[in-house]
Ligand binder design. Structure first.
Ligand code: ADP
Length: 396
């Protein structure tokens, strides 16, 4: 089976053509600078082929067409015709309260994604453009929407309600939603498999990448997560502030005389470890800076580990215990020192890291000692594979 996985952003579109059973990636790539000029970056992993093509992409429709063309290209293609593609799976950011699982895309589904635009104003319109461009390029091909929010819809009200006047929830659906749900689902499911699929389990997933989020997963169901109405909440991230006192927004707006949109833009794009380090959002740069004696980089790393550790503590309380702590995504999978520092706060819970086992990057591994009370794992995430599997399942 061949599933095309699409992740459409406002000016970019990532794609992977893959086998949902084996996980083999036949081709993958990125269309970037959509609506600016346009560039296609394409790779065929099995043949080690790479191709970059500059071409006009005024809209997502031209981007998808470029993807279709290169997938059947004589040199860089991997299928004879797009008929060989069984279905298309789309990553969709915000499913609001309507979507608790992935679903086949029809008119009603598209309308529901449209209805969620006020909740995901930056991403949902782009996701819809990707869906509609695929409809145009491959009419009749089954399409599935996989929502970043869906896995978190099992949270109880005490976790998802904000302590603000009820009408904002009742009239406007303002609440905690959480994101990276596909990753949290993939990784927590794998953790439960490793644990032997016990009936009862308490797992915390630390998805630490450029964007970072935490989740508490009890018996396979999410009970709390750190991102909120938007991905701005939770731990500090590459460029996002994470949790912040709302009065900070008021203070900055007054001081700078800027609009609320400009202030939020600053909190999304110029904050987090980038702000604390005075310029570095990439964790490899932060580590290099720290090693060269840069105190700002050191502070950014200390703050990040401290806040992640605090979330682990609070989610352990939320679940009244913890069996398994999992690190995933770019920093979680590769940041050896970051993992060790986070876990150093958690010794009171009986967490013990084995330094040798922790010396691992990008592959599944147990990194705790045999006598650690909580098992600690690195489990690489694979959101595309989860999207492909959901798509295959729904299109059977
Ligand atoms: P995104 O949220 O964009 O999907 P990723 O999950 O790809 O992000 O994570 C990107 C982050 O992972 C970057 O900050 C990068 O520095 C970090 N990272 C990648 N490799 C390493 C490494 N070897 N050591 C520390 N951090 C790493």
């Amino acid at each position: 089976m061949k599933i095309l996985v699409i992740n459409a952003g406002s000016s970019s579109l990532k794609y992977q053509l893959m086998d949902p059973n084996s996980g083999e990636v036949f081709a993958q790539g990125l269309c970037e600078r959509i609506a600016i000029d346009g560039r296609l970056n394409h790779k065929v992993p099995a043949k080690g082929l790479k191709e970059v093509r500059d071409m006009p992409m005024p809209t997502h429709a031209e981007a998808i067409q470029a993807v279709m063309d290169i997938l059947v290209d004589e040199t860089f293609g991997v299928v004879k015709s797009t008929d060989e593609i069984d279905a298309i799976g789309h990553r969709v950011l915000h499913g609001g309260m309507k979507f608790v699982a992935s679903c086949i895309i029809d008119e009603a589904c598209k309308q529901a994604i449209r209805d969620c635009i006020p909740l995901g104003p930056l991403h949902n319109p782009a996701n819809l453009m990707g869906i509609e461009a695929c409809e145009k390029a491959m009419p009749g091909k089954p399409q599935v929407a996989v929502f970043d929010t869906a896995f978190h819809m099992t949270m109880p009200p005490k976790a998802y309600r904000y302590a603000i006047p009820a009408k904002y929830f009742e009239e406007d659906s303002l609440r905690r939603y959480g994101f990276h749900g596909t990753s949290h689902r993939f990784v927590s499911k794998r953790a439960n498999e490793i644990l032997g699929n016990p009936e009862e389990s308490k797992v915390i997933v630390c998805h630490l990448g450029n964007g970072s989020s935490m989740s508490a997963v009890m018996n396979g169901k999410c009970v709390d997560t750190s991102m909120g109405l938007s991905p701005l909440a939770g731990v500090p991230m590459g460029t996002r502030s994470g949790d912040i006192d709302a009065c900070v927004v008021q203070f900055i707006m007054n001081k700078e005389g800027i609009s609320v949109d400009d202030c939020l833009n600053m909190l999304n794009k110029q904050s987090g470890v980038k702000a604390l380090s005075k310029g570095f959002s990439d964790f490899r740069d932060l580590e290099a800076g720290q090693n060269n004696g840069d105190e700002n980089c050191a502070l950014a790393l200390r703050k990040f580990c401290y806040e992640v550790a605090k979330y682990v503590g609070s989610y352990t309380a939320a679940m009244n215990g913890l069996d398994c702590l999992v690190f995933t995504a770019g920093v979680g999978e590769n940041g050896i020192d970051t993992r060790a520092e986070i876990c150093s706060y958690l010794e009171f819970m009986g967490i013990k890291i084995d330094n040798e086992r922790n010396h691992v990057r990008g592959k599944e591994a147990l990194i705790s000692t045999d006598d650690s009370k909580v098992k600690v794992y690195v489990i690489p995430t694979n959101e595309e594979l989860m999207i492909a599997q959901d798509t295959a399942e729904l299109c059977k």
